[in-house]
Design a protein around this ligand. Structure first.
Ligand code: NAP
Ligand code: 8YV
Length: 328
């Protein structure tokens, strides 16, 4: 069993992450890769006294109440991605641990993809590509006419950083916009709907971009999908948990909902085969932030949160549940 030197502050990496993160931290601090250890529990027991910081990737539910008990010297968890529903941030706060995420650096990339997915879904771009490649254009003639962006009203569910960046782009396409969130935002001129079902009734498109977690679990349920209706389109770039997937499959299969474009799913990377078999959906493997440019910025911010903290300068982007209070 490898024993770390006692005077070193170590950064724990629970599961594989982008190399740029480790390379950046390793220049200043000692990094321990838990995933390389055969007996991980024993390794943690023997080295817990040196581990002050941890890096965690998306959807790696390592940090819960039990892991905080195992790491009494832990001060900060730097999580990859803006969404951090895979980390129990309230438990972290209780144990005096700061959690950081990667806001802002991915906002434009995700908003670009959301618009791309919307256009692909309405104009059936992937289906048209398949139609050409499989010889249907030659055999059957022109691809069937599609739906349009023109004259549409879109309701944004979650009008935060990314929601606003999506709105900016959608406005340029001439789409009318309204929004829903838990509270009406001052200074926002768009119509606000406190009631999601009422908004779904009033729009052609629902664009979902809230955080995941228990507060938004199945926010888009059968009633909301019913209200969106047979000519309605659902786009989800938030978290799979926000949409009741069974209700969605049922609405799409029966024709009670027009179409859907999905970047996220309830049990990733599993995607229900009923969804994959439908002709009126566009499915993406959680790629909204997945460009070299943006993922590198996210990785750099993950590392910089740790470096800044261990250098005594505080975290760069702490989440709301674990605010940083500078010691006097
Ligand atoms: P943000 O700035 O915090 O915005 C989140 C918005 O959601 C806020 O306007 C908030 O408004 C609203 N909201 C929160 N809880 C809600 C609830 N229970 N019901 C209705 N609205 C609620 O976050 P962001 O940077 O825009 O990111 C949003 C989310 O997008 C992330 O948390 C992540 O899950 C997802 N995301 C996905 C990808 C991807 O690859 N597909 C990439 C990046 C982000 P109120 O507080 O007023 O309710
Ligand atoms: C990433 C995301 O795809 O930031 C988020 O919340 O969902 C995405 O940017 C995710 O972190 C997976 O690497």
């Amino acid at each position: 069993m490898r024993q770390l030197k006692s005077f070193i502050s170590s950064v724990l990496v629970a599961s594989p992450v982008m190399p740029i993160i480790i390379e950046r931290i390793e220049k200043r601090f000692s990094v321990v890769k838990l995933y390389d250890e055969v007996d991980q529990n024993r390794f943690l027991q023997e080295n817990a006294s040196h581990i002050r910081a941890a890096v965690i990737g998306y959807n790696q539910p390592f940090f819960n109440e039990a892991s905080f008990e195992k790491l009494p010297k832990l001060e900060i968890i730097s999580s990859f991605g803006v969404g951090y529903d895979h980390v129990d941030a309230k438990a972290a706060h209780k144990h005096g641990v700061i959690v950081t995420n990667t806001p802002d650096v991915l906002t434009d990339e995700v908003a670009d993809l959301a618009l791309g997915l919307l256009i692909a879904t309405l104009r059936r771009i992937p289906q048209a590509d398949t139609y050409l490649r499989n010889g249907s254009w030659l055999q059957k003639g022109a691809f069937p006419l599609s739906d349009t962006l023109q004259g549409k009203t879109m309701g944004i569910v979650g009008f935060g950083r990314i929601g606003k960046a999506i709105a900016k782009r959608a406005k340029a396409f001439g789409i009318k916009l309204v929004y829903h969130g838990r509270t009406q935002q001052s200074g926002v001129k768009l119509r606000y709907y406190a009631n999601l079902v009422e908004m779904a009734q009033a729009v052609d498109i629902l664009m979902v971009i809230t955080p995941g977690g228990s507060a938004t679990h199945h926010l888009i349920n059968a009633q909301v999908l019913e209200a969106l209706g047979q000519n309605g389109t659902l786009i989800n770039v938030a978290r799979g948990s926000v949409v009741d997937e069974r209700a969605l499959v049922s609405a799409l299969t029966s024709g009670r909902l027009g179409a859907a474009g999905l970047d996220v799913f309830e049990a990733e990377p599993y995607v229900p085969k009923e969804l994959a078999a439908l002709p009126n959906v566009v499915l993406l493997p959680h790629i909204a932030s997945a460009s070299h440019h943006t993922r590198n910025l996210m990785g750099k911010l993950v590392a910089d949160n740790i470096i800044s903290w261990l250098s005594g300068k505080g975290p760069k982007t702490p989440v709301a549940e674990t605010p940083y209070v500078k010691q006097a």
